[in-house]
Design a protein around this ligand. Structure first.
Ligand SMILES: NC(=O)CC[C@H](N)C(=O)O
Length: 356
């Protein structure tokens, strides 16, 4: 066992042991309370630029299997866990340790993740670094740019247009800021052709496709000024549109709403969401650190259709007249409960009805 350290911007240091690659990591330190689904979370492009702390104490139990991946590689800059367990599962092709090693991502285990989570919950998320010495970790941290100032979508958006499915089917254009593969799968399952456009090519998506999906993605939505006209054009073209997480935030910005940074965000697979229209509660998957200011929705032509009952976060927006729907939560639910996959059925209906 080789000692390794996690240090935080507030000067605190946590002792643990090394797993995965031998390099160092820097990033915004955030925690997820999901107790299953570590392969999906680790490969979620929305985590780019972040060091992910798992509050669940046993991570690695069922190993690594590519069917569970949300993209083709580990996306987190580093991981912090308590107990690194050996895998026992028939689909597992390697251990977490080996996976991190192969992909050049460092991890640290046997960290007191309870103390760390309480700190992040109370002080708020902050920058941190993982290295084999405390001094080394502080040095990296000092020189690192701040998470909120970097546009990480450039690192995770596809380089080229990618198409899936049957050419004759109606087409959904994904404005791709780092889409999770289970969103693509949910659209394919409903009979659509799916085309992923790198997010700066959003105009092509609007020209070529019957419906638009503005994807999830990493980083500060306020930096995505190159997407600011998306919403004007979607409204002008009356395009059926679904915005998920970052996509929801981009739509909110486009209608003139404000986005704020949350203290520690929502990263979990058991967050209640109250549907104000159907008067129902869903248990949902979340991964976000920014949220829409509800006051700023007034007078935009959109209404809030869902909220998070614990802290009143805006969870969904819909246009008063046009087929435009958004969710701050993740209806694809990978990992997580399947309460809200109906959102994709609703979107499919919006696209189909619009064509007639
Ligand atoms: N999962 C996402 O799309 C995250 C959106 C955004 N980066 C946030 O943290 O709020």
């Amino acid at each position: 066992m080789r000692a390794r350290y996690l240090v935080l911007q507030d000067g605190s240091a946590y002792h643990g042991y090394a797993f995965g690659a031998d390099n160092e990591a820097v990033g915004e330190v955030v925690f997820t309370t999901a107790n299953v689904g570590y392969p999906e979370s680790l490969t979620d492009p929305s985590y780019k630029g972040q060091i992910l702390v798992f509050t669940s104490p046993l991570i690695g139990n069922y190993g690594v299997s590519p069917e569970q991946w949300e993209s083709d590689s580990i996306q987190v800059n580093g991981a912090v866990i308590f107990d690194l367990t050996m895998p026992s599962h028939y689909t597992s092709i390697m251990s977490l340790n080996e996976w991190f090693r192969r992909e050049g991502v460092p991890g640290i285990y046997r960290v007191d993740t309870r103390a760390l989570t309480i700190k992040l919950r109370e002080v708020g998320v902050m920058m941190g670094a993982i290295a084999d010495s405390i001094d080394g970790a502080f040095r990296i941290l000092r020189d690192a740019p701040r998470y909120d100032d970097i546009d990480f979508t450039r690192l995770v958006a596809p380089k080229n247009v990618i198409s899936y499915g049957d050419d004759d089917s109606p087409c959904i254009g994904i404005i791709d800021c780092g889409v999770k593969m289970s969103i693509v799968r949910n659209l394919l399952r409903r009979g659509f052709r799916v085309v992923r456009y790198p997010c700066h090519m959003w105009k092509n998506a609007l020209n070529d496709c019957d419906g638009i999906l503005l994807s999830n993605g990493p980083g500060n939505p306020n930096l995505l000024t190159h997407l600011s006209d998306v919403v004007t054009d979607i409204i002008r073209d009356r395009k059926p549109t679904l915005g998920i997480c970052l996509g929801h935030q981009v739509i909110a910005l486009g209608i003139g709403a404000r986005i704020q940074k949350m203290r520690y965000g929502h990263r979990a697979i058991n967050k209640p969401v109250l549907d104000l229209i159907r008067n129902r509660v869903y248990i949902t998957t979340h991964n976000h650190g920014y949220a829409v200011d509800p006051q700023s929705i007034k007078g935009t032509g959109f209404r809030i259709w869902a909220v998070q009952p614990d802290d009143n976060t805006v969870e969904g927006l819909m246009h008063e007249r046009l087929p435009i729907l958004t969710t701050q939560f993740h209806p694809e639910s990978k990992p997580g409960p399947l309460d809200t996959t109906w959102i994709f059925d609703e979107f499919a209906k919006m696209v189909t009805n619009h064509g007639h």
